[in-house]
Design a protein around this ligand. Structure first.
Ligand code: SF4
Length: 371
């Protein structure tokens, strides 16, 4: 069975204004103990996952690049020791510019890391400052220089205060010129409890239609530059997709380690505690740090399959669906298919959301849930 591994490193230098991830800017001093716990948590899962071959390892956060690189080396070694990683496994690390040196990147490469995901967000310094990023656009260039020729992603945020279509295009050009072979363009979601939520309540952030226009401008530019969209927010050159994320969208299995990490193994979805102290306590007392676990029933599996597949440019394969669920997709969903027909492109067994509607896929997919 092929699957993915996710590891969450919850440390950051400071908290960005839009962030609601499990990340602790004031707890870097716990990095050594935390990583020891992650290695230990992996050993807890060794027996359960002995028949799996893992095709991807994704080291995310938080800011994995803020901790000493030797811990990352030990992390990759621990993953190899406890699990079977495929020979050409995709091993990704997230990098925050301003926490990276060329030496660090060399070290990561030596550990077998072969994909890098860099949080650029914007190439305009005033916007970076406004959302509390710790780096400048120049820091991104310094980080990207030793990554030239590597499989490397740049994250771009749309929906920032005062952001124009021109800014988005400028940021995309900036990332592409620096050598990114993959660009993730995410719309900012103002979450309740984050500082940026106040800006949202004050009407200072672009509204839905304005965000859609920013996305459109970005999408058009990415296309011009030869980036193919393979998922609503993900674009790549030369087929350099993120295998780790594709596994999520194909409803593949994955195991997560560390604070807040989630997993899906054998149709059971479970999540680790978001509390750092609680996490330490569990591992020190030889317990899994899982706080909730739920078996996805058949209806849930079907909906997840449809929802995830329709996010991708390849769309859904009705033949595969029929085989998986011993069903007839076109009969089962005749009603929603009729309702949203004008948004869909159906060719044989392949069902896709039309290119121009992919950004608003949520409102289309919901029809399948309500059927
Ligand atoms: S770097 Fe990422 S994880 Fe850390 S605070 Fe900023 S958005 Fe959150």
């Amino acid at each position: 069975m092929m699957a993915g591994i996710y590891v969450h490193i919850p440390f950051c230098k400071s908290k960005c204004s839009y962030c609601d991830f499990a990340s602790f800017p004031d707890k870097l001093c716990y990095a050594e103990s935390y990583m020891a716990c992650v290695y230990r948590e992996m050993s807890f899962r060794k027996k359960q996952l002995k028949d799996y071959v893992f095709d991807t390892l994704y080291i995310g956060g938080g800011t994995p690049s803020v901790i000493d690189e030797s811990y990352i080396g030990m992390l990759v070694a621990s993953a190899r020791k406890n699990f079977s990683l495929s020979k050409d496994a995709e091993i990704t690390i997230e990098l925050n510019p301003g926490t990276v040196t060329a030496e660090k990147i060399e070290f990561y490469k030596k550990c077998g890391i072969n994909r890098f995901s860099v949080g650029l967000q914007s190439a305009i310094d005033s916007q970076l400052e406004d959302i509390g990023r710790i780096h400048s656009a120049q820091d991104f260039l310094d980080c990207a220089a030793p990554l030239k020729g590597q499989n490397f992603n740049a994250d771009v945020l749309i929906g920032l205060k005062g952001q124009t279509a021109r800014d988005v295009v400028y940021t995309i050009d900036f990332a592409a010129d620096a050598g990114a072979s993959h660009i993730s363009m995410y719309a900012l979601t103002p979450e309740d409890g984050t500082p940026i939520y106040t800006d949202y309540l004050n009407g200072e952030l672009p509204d839905q239609d304005e965000v859609a226009a920013l996305y459109d401008a970005g999408f058009r530019r990415l296309k011009e530059l030869g980036f193919a969209r393979y998922e609503v927010s993900n674009f790549c050159k030369d087929g350099k997709t993120s295998r780790h994320n594709l596994n999520y969208w194909h409803r593949g299995e994955y195991i997560g380690f560390g604070v807040s990490a989630s997993s899906c193994i054998g149709n059971v979805r479970f999540t680790n505690t978001f509390d750092l102290d609680e996490y330490f306590k569990c591992i020190f007392t030889d317990h899994l740090p899982v706080i909730n676990s739920e078996e996805v029933d058949r209806e849930g599996q079907k909906f997840e399959y449809i929802m995830l597949a329709l996010r991708t440019a390849d769309g859904l394969d009705a033949d595969e669906y029929n085989k998986m669920f011993s069903s007839d997709f076109f009969k089962e969903y005749a009603l929603p298919l009729k309702k949203v027909a004008r948004y869909l492109d159906i060719r044989g067994a392949r069902v896709r959301i039309k290119e121009e509607f992919l950004f608003v896929q949520n409102s289309i997919i919901i029809e399948f849930m309500e059927s």
